[in-house]
Design a protein around this ligand. Structure first.
Ligand SMILES: C[S@@+](CC[C@H](N)C(=O)[O-])C[C@H]1O[C@@H](n2cnc3c(N)ncnc32)[C@H](O)[C@@H]1O
Length: 396
């Protein structure tokens, strides 16, 4: 694994609140990494096949697109360059995604025709890359517990015209149990009272509107209880759903059914404290450090996060086919949310085996505390912080 950069010893320490400094010290993390915001590039992914457009994109963004040598289709641009207002972004030629995130997707080894599950999909940078890689083959299922965030994924998929094979479910990833569409299920062609999927429309039926009204809490925000049913908020033309009976598609899977009919690839990019994302932590300067106390440092919250991460990984693995691949990633750099979760998971699942990520030999990351796991660390990788572990499911 290559070493891509050096620590900026000359930079002043960042103005971080004492509670966060204590959190970092307890987890053996160096606060100096937060002074690197201005030196770590922004990354964009160029839609494959758009290389000819690079000179035009460079002139529009008024910067050079530096090809990332270790990651196909990725380019580094200066961190201050904004892409959202550009034509290239609006036309879906480029989108922002950190290089470490791109590496996590590459680790999944997605092949044409794969059925892929993204269990914590929003806001959707990795989902877009997966959709782009699958093209018009296989299927992509995105799940997230936050409806408004998943709705933003739907907008992106539609904007970039890459959602044809996708479906999006608002659901709890710890209990989600819908398997990929069985291609042999066939179409009945009859629509008896809306029980058959017809082509996707953003107009919702009266029945659906009543359903989501019920799902709202008194304060008006969507609320998902552990017993809520998954809510399908989008499916593409070629997602395989059109013409199928809703009861067949939305049926929870039976025990062990996933071993043969589960997903080929599963991404569990779990909710975490986001401490490896310098940009995310920087936002608390505006949101207020009290919000950081509540969202990141609160002991009860961190305990429940660890539980959530293990449950997401466990359920993602349950939905994986025998011989399939699962990537677990977080943008936290703490051992508790990464290696400890991996260790606990491996202890309970004898059919899970950690896999070496072969392409990582050229990546600017280092090994995690467990052999075969990887850590992207802003100081050395010049990317956002990310932990990545790859598993396969063995025949039992
Ligand atoms: C680190 S973000 C995922 C980032 C995303 N993969 C991307 O590349 O843009 C974690 C996501 O997990 C979602 N989440 C939290 N708890 C969840 C649960 N129980 N089931 C499914 N998603 C959950 C959050 O709403 C959040 O969108």
């Amino acid at each position: 694994m290559a070493n891509a950069g050096s620590t900026p010893e000359s930079l002043p320490p960042p103005p971080l609140p004492p509670a966060f400094l204590e959190f970092l010290s307890e987890n053996g993390l160096d606060p100096m990494m937060y002074s690197m915001a201005d030196t770590i590039p922004r990354y964009i992914r160029l839609k494959p096949g758009m290389e000819r457009e690079i000179p035009e994109i460079e002139s529009e963004l008024k910067c050079h697109l530096n090809k990332v040598s270790w990651l196909p289709d990725f380019y580094a641009i200066p961190p201050e360059v904004q892409i959202a207002g550009s034509k290239a972004y609006q036309q879906g030629k480029i989108y922002g995604i950190d290089a470490a995130s791109g590496a996590a997707i590459l680790a999944l080894d997605v092949k044409p025709g794969d059925h892929v599950l993204d269990l914590c999909a929003a806001p959707g940078a990795k989902l877009c890359m997966l959709a782009d890689m699958l093209g018009s083959t296989g299927s992509l299922t995105g799940v997230d517990v936050a409806k408004h965030r998943l709705a933003a994924c739907r907008t992106m998929l539609q904007k970039y015209s890459i959602g044809n094979c996708c479906r999006l479910f608002v659901a709890d990833g710890t209990s989600f149990s819908i398997l990929p569409v069985n291609s042999s299920a066939g179409s009945t062609g009859l629509n008896d009272n809306g029980s058959i999927f017809s082509e996707w429309t953003s107009k919702r039926s009266w029945k659906d509107r009543q359903k989501s009204k019920k799902a709202k809490t008194v304060d008006g925000s969507p609320h998902l209880t552990s017993t809520s049913e998954p809510e399908l908020i989008y499916y593409g033309k070629h997602s395989g759903l059109v013409g199928l009976r809703k009861c067949d598609v939305l049926r929870p899977s039976a025990d062990d059914e996933a071993l043969t009919s589960g997903y080929d690839k599963v991404l569990v990019d779990a909710e975490c404290t986001h401490d490896g994302s310098i940009k995310h932590i920087q936002k608390f300067e505006f949101w207020g450090w009290k919000t950081l106390d509540r969202r990141v440092l609160d002991a009860e919250r961190t305990d429940s996060l660890l539980h959530l991460q293990l449950c997401l990984l466990t359920n993602g693995f349950k939905l994986l086919k025998t011989g399939g691949l699962l990537v677990y990633s977080t943008c936290s750099l703490t051992v508790a949310q990464n290696e400890d979760v991996v260790q606990q998971f491996l202890c309970k699942h004898s059919s899970a085996e950690l896999q070496k990520i072969d392409s990582a030999d050229n990546w600017p990351c280092r090994s995690g505390r467990i052999f075969k796991t990887l850590r992207f660390d802003p100081a050395t990788s010049q990317t956002s912080g990310l932990f990545v572990a790859k598993f396969t499911k063995l025949q039992t």
